[in-house]
Structure formats: C-alpha cells, structure tokens
Design a protein around this ligand. Structure first.
Ligand SMILES: NC(=O)CC[C@H](N)C(=O)O
Length: 408
C-alpha cells in the first residue's frame, strides 16, 4: 500500500476580510488541511449506525465484525475487565456499552476468558485504544472481535446514550454497517424484536455433561483461606456459566460436574452430589419454565445455591416472582449489605431482572440487599438448604470482596 505521507499545508485564512487592515493583520485563523498525498483522509469516517427503538440514530465507526445485529442496549460501568465482560454468556442478546471511555488498551489474553465464545450482540465504546500496553496481551481487541464475529463501534457518544438509558430504561437497538439498509428499516427491526420472553439460555449452554478441573492459577490466587477442605462434589447447571465460578469452586477443593441446562433433575440426583449450583445466564428468567421445574425437583433433596440467573430461578421455584428492572445493574462497584452480618461488600453485578422479595413465601429470607436501590441481592431458605446471590461472588471482572465464602 502506498506509503501515506501526511502533507500538511498551512493555509492562512483571513476570516475577517479586508474591512480593516488592522483587524486582518491582527486576527487570522489557521486552518490545517491534512492530506494523505492521495487526497484520502488519514482517519476513518463513520461507517456504522446504531438505531435505537426510540428513533435516535448514532453514527459511529465500526471495528470487529460487520453486518447487522439486534439487541438490548445495556451500559456497564466497570473500569476494568472488558474481556471478562465480552465473554460472559449472560450478555447474549445484548449490546454492552462501556461507560469507561478507553477500551482495548490491555488487549486480549486467553487466561481471562469467561467462556470459549462471545455471545453478546456487540460492543459500544467511546475511544478504541490504538495501541495495547500489557505484558499479557496475546491479541488486540479488534482482531479478537473479528475472529469471534462480534460487531464493535467506537467514536460514539456513550455518555449521551447512557443518560438516555438511565432516563428511559434499557432500549432495543440495531447496529448495522450495511449502507443498503435505510434508517427506517433499522428502526422497524428494533421495534419488532424484544428480549423479554425468549429463552436465551438454550443458545449458550453446554451440550453434554463434563468434569471441570481448572483452578485459579497459582500466580493469580488471592484467597488467604487454608487449602481445600473436604472435597465436595458439586453439580453445576450451565445456564451460561462463567468459567471463574468453576475455577473458584475448584480452588476451594470441589469436584465439579457441569451439566446442560436441560439435564433432568433425576439424573443429577443419581450423581449423589454434595450440592447443586444453578449458574448465571442470559435473558428473561420467566422465559425458561423448564429450568424452574428442574430447580423445583432438586430443592430440598440436596443443598443448592444460585448465582444471578440461578438466584432468580430459585426465587421463582420457591414461589416468588421476578421483574424487569429499568436498566439493571452492570458494573463492578455496587455496594451490597449482608443483612446477617452487616458487612458491606463491593460487588460485581450483571443483571436486568430481580426477585421481588414481597412475593417470597414465609421462611424464605432476604440475606443481602443492593445499597444503591435496596433491591434483593441474596436469599436463603435454611429449612431446605437454599442460598443464592443476585450478584457475582466470583467477580471476573470486579472486586473479590465476596469470594471468601463467608457464611451467607
Ligand atoms: N448474569 C446473569 O445471570 C443475568 C441474569 C438475567 N439474565 C438478568 O439479566 O437479570
């Protein structure tokens, strides 16, 4: 490709004309024209559009995959961990907008993936870092997204979109690099799709049972607790499970069998596990009645615990209901209070639904609340050995306040 030499031509513009030689000689405006020698501009023009269901159109520059995608737009306020966010299967059906403006600067490394695929609809960022600075970097963000067929856009006003989402709630959007589609067509696409009521878990769950053995690598282990205690056998339902949930269980000495989302409760109980984990996962917890039925058939037979989607399914299985939040919690700095101990944890969160505590039956206890909005962040039903958290004790990304398995 011809070497592009930037030739700056300074041209002096008299912007005040010759009314007054004095003015003209004193005040003038330099306009710098950048030419690349062949007349092309050295920077990329906007070549993508994000059209929201409210009719707003956001021109941006694309990176990663091209094409047309629909999804619910959510904003994540985490300052770090864009890679763990990209690979969290819970974001299936969603565009993730990062409020931290500089993304891509630490590149991608293959230790920090939370799943083997990226299920999100696309990544929306303000400023794409043109260089990476990280000894662990194995690939840059743009190449990684291209290889995983994930769309990304940058140079878009993420602050303005975030304010809109905060005021109007999560919005459905369509992202396209296809100039043949009109704005109206994209708007109609955004209005004809919804994330409510569709089962997104079946598209992310594993296809067959398998054992998980990887622990947190020694150089990254942070817990000061003594080594593995008894070896508990945990069956983990994969509703879109994040790998760090499994790594942390393995680091605490557990033997882990991961099973698909549709695995029959009877088959699980035949494994005679010490406990069953219901994992995080994408979409509307009311759209997967088969999973609630499985949870119902296991509760009371062995100890169970849930994380995020698993927490919501447990809430429903116990007789409660879940509701869709205005824009949810997606970030790494949400304060949660443990109501039993009074301890406040800074937590990692990623959810757009919550359990309505007013609908939980007698005997079920709310154990944690999110201090930002007093929503239910944890529940327990001691009589049937049930505990669950709405947020992510495994972090990835986020703080490790909730890792130590303190009695919840
Ligand atoms: N991380 C999760 O498990 C998310 C649960 C559910 N899809 C929600 O958005 O609330």
């Amino acid at each position: 490709m011809a070497t592009k030499a930037l030739a700056f031509t300074l041209s002096l513009n008299d912007c005040f004309g010759s009314k007054s030689p004095h003015t003209a000689s004193k005040v003038s405006v330099f306009s710098v024209r950048c030419s690349t020698g062949n007349g092309e501009r050295p920077w990329k023009n906007s070549d993508a559009r994000l059209v929201l269901e409210d009719g707003s159109i956001w021109k941006a520059k694309s990176f990663g995959a091209s094409g047309t995608q629909v999804g619910e737009v959510v904003f994540n306020t985490s300052l770090t961990g864009y890679q763990e966010i990209l690979t969290d299967p819970s974001y299936a059906g969603q565009f993730v907008l990062m409020t931290n403006p500089h993304i891509g600067n630490t590149g991608i490394n293959f230790d920090d993936e939370e799943s083997t695929q990226c299920f999100l609809s696309g990544l929306v960022i303000r400023s794409l870092s043109i260089s990476t600075s990280n000894w662990r970097c194995e690939k840059d963000l743009g190449d990684y997204l291209t290889e995983r067929n994930v769309m990304g856009i940058y140079d878009v006003d993420t602050r303005a979109i975030t304010r809109r989402l905060r005021e109007d709630g999560s919005l459905i959007g369509v992202l396209s690099t296809d100039n043949s589609k009109t704005d109206e067509e994209l708007l109609q696409m955004s209005k004809s799709w919804d994330i409510v009521g569709i089962d997104l878990i079946s598209g992310v769950s594993c296809k067959s049972p398998h054992e998980w053995i990887d622990r947190t690598r020694e150089e990254w282990e942070f817990s000061s607790s003594e080594g593995p205690r008894d070896t508990f056998h945990v069956v983990a339902y994969d509703f879109g499970i994040k790998h760090n949930i499994l790594r942390r269980l393995a680091s605490y000495g557990c033997k882990i069998t991961v099973v698909p989302s549709t695995w029959p409760a009877s088959e699980t109980l035949k494994l005679n596990p010490d406990g069953v984990l219901f994992s995080n996962g994408p979409g509307d917890p009311s759209a997967v009645p088969y999973a609630v039925e499985t949870v119902k058939n296991i509760i009371g037979k062995v100890p169970v615990f849930g994380i995020c989607m698993g927490h919501q399914l447990l809430g429903q299985a116990l007789g409660g209901t879940t509701y869709k939040m205005k824009f949810g919690h997606h970030g790494g700095n949400h304060p949660v209070r443990n109501l039993r101990t009074g301890r406040v944890e800074i937590s990692s969160q990623n959810h757009n639904y919550a359990v309505d505590p007013a609908t939980l039956p007698k005997g079920v206890e709310v154990t944690h609340i999110n201090l930002n909005d007093s929503s239910c962040a944890g529940l327990a039903f001691p009589a049937r050995k049930v505990v669950s958290l709405q947020y992510h004790p495994e972090a990835s990304p986020g703080p490790h306040d909730s890792d130590n398995g303190e009695r919840i």
